[in-house]
Design a protein around this ligand. Structure first.
Ligand SMILES: Cc1cc2nc3c(=O)[nH]c(=O)nc-3n(C[C@H](O)[C@H](O)[C@H](O)COP(=O)(O)O)c2cc1C
Length: 399
């Protein structure tokens, strides 16, 4: 059995550390003084572009043994298609997992972009299909479509994307994307169809994932909740005659000792402006209609904790990461050994792939790749599995 381990490319800015307030890397935060690694320059920006920083992260993650990187897509991020096509030329084996919401571009247009990207990267493109969590983000996109209809649109999009891929004329009488006798042009039809990671926790998401995903992707949740959700996906996928695979996306704060890891969290916690966070939540009025996001806050134990320890969900699982950097709440905190044990537990309940991350993404790629992954009950495929395809050197083979 092999496990694919990915890192994250921070398309949304990167802090220098949880212990430093505000300052980030490159020119992503031009409005924050001291943002461009100005150490020896008296606070003056040093001209490091944010694209350079993302390239540094991709190269470091590749060197540290990760199979590739997820490029998230939110209203406040760089565009994953553009960034991955630039970075593909700077790495050799590193794969680029593009997050995007089907529906904001026509599937034929996306098929052409993806096939071109496969060609220029040597087949290193894959997708995280996201369907949108409603609320202000969905409004930002100008998307009025309701939750379950968005999944119907996603399913239709993926049907058309696959349908046009092989170059034979494809007709589909769709509600969102009707197409008639259309296909990719010759020259783009020899590329491998990108692997599909599929995110979303609602019943509509699980239904669509069953039909269209290669990997069902979840944020970290307590083991019992994940096990139950995976079982639902498995049932649905197998009912359609397909074989399910599972992936988990989780941030890791690992240090040589557990005490050091928790100290890091505590120092980050001391910088959180809790009143601003509370104001942000009440100003939003609604956090949208994302079932997955609602599950994260349900498991994490509330929005107004007094102490970071109030948010410990289970040993080495902390529900406060959304306070430190936004996004999902549950993360792994502990010694290198403890972090590896938690990942091994996830492998035991059926996880086939991970998307890991840490802040700052550059240094933590090396740390997690060099200190945590070698402690898994798994070994790099390069020395353990001659059967591993030559172009996937970073798979782990579980002992
Ligand atoms: C691992 C993971 C990564 C996600 N990444 C993104 C993202 O980059 N951009 C985004 O808008 N939504 C992202 N989402 C949100 C989901 O795609 C989906 O919109 C949300 O969970 C609502 O679906 P649900 O109601 O079925 O849970 C992500 C979700 C997961 C689980």
């Amino acid at each position: 059995m092999t496990i694919d381990v990915y890192w994250r490319i921070p398309t949304h800015g990167d802090r220098q550390s949880f212990r430093v307030d505000g300052a980030g890397r490159g020119d992503w935060y031009p409005f924050v003084p001291g943002s461009s690694n100005p150490g020896l320059r008296d606070g003056e920006p040093d001209g490091l572009t944010y694209l350079d920083h993302m390239g540094d992260v991709a190269r470091a993650a590749e060197a540290a043994g990760f199979a590739g990187g997820l490029l998230p897509s939110f209203p406040m991020t760089d565009d994953p298609w553009v960034i991955s096509s630039a970075l593909a030329r700077e790495t050799k084996t590193f794969r680029y997992m593009i997050a995007f919401q089907p529906g904001f571009a026509h599937p034929l247009h996306v098929a052409r972009m993806a096939a071109s990207l496969q060609r220029l990267s040597g087949g290193r493109t894959l997708f995280n299909i996201i369907t949108g969590g409603g609320g202000p983000a969905q409004e930002w996109w100008g998307d009025p479509v309701a939750h379950d209809d968005r999944y119907a649109r996603t399913a239709e999009f993926l049907t058309v994307l696959r349908g046009v891929w092989d170059g034979r004329p494809f007709t589909f009488d769709g509600r969102f994307f009707p197409v008639r006798d259309t296909a990719l042009p010759p020259g783009l039809t020899d590329e491998e169809f990108p692997e599909i990671y599929f995110s979303g926790s609602s019943a509509a998401a699980i239904e669509a994932a069953g039909a269209h995903s290669d990997y069902y992707l979840s944020w970290l949740e307590p083991l019992d909740a994940l096990r139950t959700k995976f079982e639902q996906v498995r049932e649905r996928t197998e009912a359609l005659g397909r074989k399910p695979k599972f992936a988990v996306r989780v941030d890791i704060a690992a240090r040589p000792t557990s005490e050091q890891a928790w100290k890091e969290i505590q120092r980050g916690w001391e910088l959180v402006d809790h009143e601003a966070v509370a104001r942000m939540y009440s100003a939003n009025g609604s956090r949208g209609d994302s079932v997955g996001a609602a599950r994260q806050s349900q498991f994490s134990g509330g929005d107004t904790p007094r102490d970071h320890r109030d948010l410990i969900v289970s040993p080495n699982v902390w529900g406060g990461f959304s306070f430190l950097r936004g996004g999902p709440a549950l993360s792994i905190v502990g010694s290198y050994e403890e972090a590896a044990e938690r990942l091994d537990e996830l492998i035991d309940i059926g996880v086939d792939a991970f998307i890991l991350a840490g802040t700052p993404h550059l240094e933590e790629a090396y740390r997690v790749g060099e200190e945590v992954l070698p402690l898994l009950r798994s070994r790099p495929a390069a020395d353990a599995s001659p059967a591993a395809p030559a172009d996937r050197p970073h798979q782990l083979t579980v002992a």
